[in-house]
Design a protein around this ligand. Structure first.
Ligand code: ATP
Length: 328
């Protein structure tokens, strides 16, 4: 079986970590056809289009997509891309790996973030010369879909608990709805413990006692922010992978952005992108290859091979070679 994978390196370090990742994927005993397509700032500067239709077409025909990062045009690239694949759930694991300096070395969390609405629907306007508004959308349908995904994920992954993050005491209509619908779904999974917590308190608890949490179900913006906070707990953005899951398509991407501050220096940590590829392999039911790739990355980190974000001086390419040596 040969898998057709859409590859979108995009901008900044996306141009470094995605080729590093496809190099590592090529070392696996799985047959891939990579179809590289453009998106992002550079393509927009050349053509006026941050996300060309050709790219969307390739994504729609692919078995899965691996995306790097987009810079200034991020909202014009990743949001329509997520919309195209109808990715209703954004999965962001945050795990502290052996050998990596982490603020909280026992952290092992998975954020399941609603990925289609909340404050990311683009419903913003200037109402007067000196005031702007933003409409926050929460629907039963989107909440139910992501909550069902979170509980299925917890159930299949043998997690004991799901925590619903919200601010329903203030955003009574929108987060009130999110909490109510998520609790309805929770009732159908009595074997999984359910807790709910105010998202601002959760930010503090995550720093002090991350081991109290396993799967965390969040509205869109809260998931974006809290997963970056969790990245800080486990060693930084260079380590966090993610998946955008739709009903029959999915896009995998490192949580980090284009990191313009280090782009072009060949020092970006490719771990987040490689771990995203491991999630992609799991999605394709290539679990043995997923484990091989993930273990290779973790072994290399545990051996002390570190890019500068983790306190070392290994280059992107040297780390990639080390990962490939572990696969072979
Ligand atoms: P963008 O606007 O594209 O999101 P950004 O710089 O605001 O870019 P990130 O790209 O997520 O946000 O980077 C935040 C910080 O984390 C930067 O200092 C960056 O250098 C660092 N960083 C992110 N990803 C990596 C990585 N893979 N390797 C090393 N450092 C990284």
């Amino acid at each position: 079986m040969s898998y057709r994978i859409a590859i979108i390196p995009g901008d900044g370090i996306g141009q470094e970590v995605i080729p590093a990742t496809t190099r590592a994927m090529e070392a696996l005993p799985v047959d891939f056809t990579f179809v590289e397509v453009p998106a992002g700032d550079e393509h927009a500067a050349e053509t006026g289009e941050p996300l060309p239709q050709e790219t969307v077409d390739v994504v729609m025909e692919a078995d899965a997509t691996l995306f790097g990062a987009a810079g200034e045009t991020a909202a014009d690239v990743i949001l329509p891309l997520r919309e195209a694949v109808d990715s209703f759930a954004n999965v962001r694991p945050a795990t502290a790996y052996p050998g990596v300096d982490a603020v909280q070395p026992d952290t092992n969390l998975v954020f399941i973030r609603e990925n289609t609405e909340g404050v990311y629907t683009g419903l913003e306007q200037d109402v007067t010369g000196d005031a702007s508004t933003l409409t926050r959308v929460i629907t039963d349908r989107a909440t139910r879909r992501v909550a069902e995904y979170a509980y299925e994920y917890a159930s299949e992954g043998e997690y004991r608990s799901v925590t619903i993050a919200h601010k329903a005491n203030v955003m009574r209509k929108t987060d009130g709805r999110f909490l109510r619908v998520a609790r309805e779904v929770a009732e159908t999974y009595p074997e999984i413990e359910t807790a709910d917590v105010l998202m601002d308190a959760l930010a503090m608890h995550l720093i002090m006692r991350p081991t109290d949490y396993e799967v965390i179900l969040t509205p869109n913006l809260a998931g974006d922010m809290l997963s970056d906070l969790a990245a800080g707990l486990v060693g930084g953005l260079g380590l966090l992978p993610s998946a955008n899951i739709g009903p029959d398509r999915a896009v995998f991407e490192p949580v980090h952005g284009s990191a313009p501050d280090i782009a072009g220096e060949c020092i970006a940590n490719p771990a987040a992108s490689m771990l995203s590829a491991a999630m992609l392999l799991d999605y394709l039911d290539e679990s043995a290859a997923a484990t091989t790739l993930e273990s290779a990355v973790l072994d290399v980190l545990a051996e002390g091979v570190r890019t500068p974000d983790l306190g070392g001086d290994t280059t992107t390419s040297e780390m990639t070679t080390a990962v490939i040596e572990r696969i072979d």
